[in-house]
Design a protein around this ligand. Structure first.
Ligand code: NAI
Length: 245
């Protein structure tokens, strides 16, 4: 059991972030459920509290540096310390490259890439200031290492997340902070939309011909935050049912 330890989970109102919040709260962490969907974040908190866990919600737009800094300060004010961040909030915005205007490109880079830099930067600075050790986990994607049509912006952002996990790990190891990534395949969350034909086609790309459940990604994230993962550093772990194999 992990007593008196505090984690921030971005994108905690839904999908992977919500299930990671549930599972890590059960491990004993106090969780700051951070999201710009306030109602969803509050629902996650209520669920955690109903199971006897500790959590608080924080409304944040992770693409804004000052809001991420405020989120980190909130965690320490609320629960007294900080032992890690799951930089997980993200969006997709699919368009062919010839229609990928600067606004569509920058939107995804801001939310999926710059947010991870802000989380690592403000999170690690605070942990070093407090003298705490811990782990930062970043959500990348299989599309951080392979190209997909319509995903020029997302490919660029997620490839950067893979590299930020390596680069962050290299610089923060001396402070007792591990940085790792998780690269999901196709996960059954709202980000995929609700077209059944599309879901069927995506399922067929996995070795077991079904979508991966967000709980299955959360299982791996929980492990990455644990002492058992002490030798995993800088890597991005695929949770893709063999898609990239
Ligand atoms: P989701 O849509 O269920 O959850 C994403 C959460 O992020 C939502 O609660 C949303 O409100 C929040 N969010 C979005 N933009 C935000 C912002 N600017 N500030 C604060 N919160 C914001 O989707 P899912 O699948 O749980 O996504 C989590 C991460 O997993 C994302 O980074 C996504 O790119 C990644 N991923 C998902 C895959 C999938 O197939 N579902 C595959 C590979 C990666």
């Amino acid at each position: 059991m992990t007593e008196n330890k505090v984690l921030i989970i971005t994108g905690g109102a839904s999908g992977i972030g919500r299930h990671a919040s549930y599972q890590l709260a059960k491990e004993g962490y106090a969780i700051v459920v951070a999201d710009f969907n306030e109602d969803g974040a509050n629902e996650t908190v209520t669920h955690i509290e109903s199971e006897g866990g500790k959590a608080a919600s924080f409304k944040v737009d992770v693409s804004k540096a000052e809001q991420v800094e405020a989120m980190v300060d909130f965690a320490v004010e609320k629960f007294g310390t900080l032992n890690g961040i799951f930089n997980n909030a993200g969006i997709g915005l699919v368009k062919p490259l010839l229609e990928m205007d600067p606004a569509s490109y920058h939107k995804v880079i801001d939310v999926d890439q710059h947010s991870v830099y802000y989380g690592i930067y403000y999170g690690a600075k605070k942990m070093v200031e407090l003298g705490t050790t811990g782990t930062i986990v970043n959500t990348a994607s299989i599309y951080g290492s392979m190209a997909a049509k319509g995903s020029f912006n997302y490919n660029a952002a997620k490839a950067a997340v893979v590299m930020m996990s390596k680069s962050g790990a290299l610089e923060l190891a001396e402070h007792g902070i591990r940085v790792v990534g998780v690269a999901p395949g196709f996960i059954d969350t709202p980000i995929l939309g609700d077209d059944p034909e599309m879901k069927k086609a995506l399922s067929a790309l996995h070795m077991h011909n079904k979508l991966i459940q967000p709980e299955q990604v959360a299982n791996v994230v929980k492990f990455l935050f644990s002492e058992g993962a002490a030798a995993i550093n800088g890597s991005t772990v695929a949770v893709d049912d063999g898609f990239l194999s």
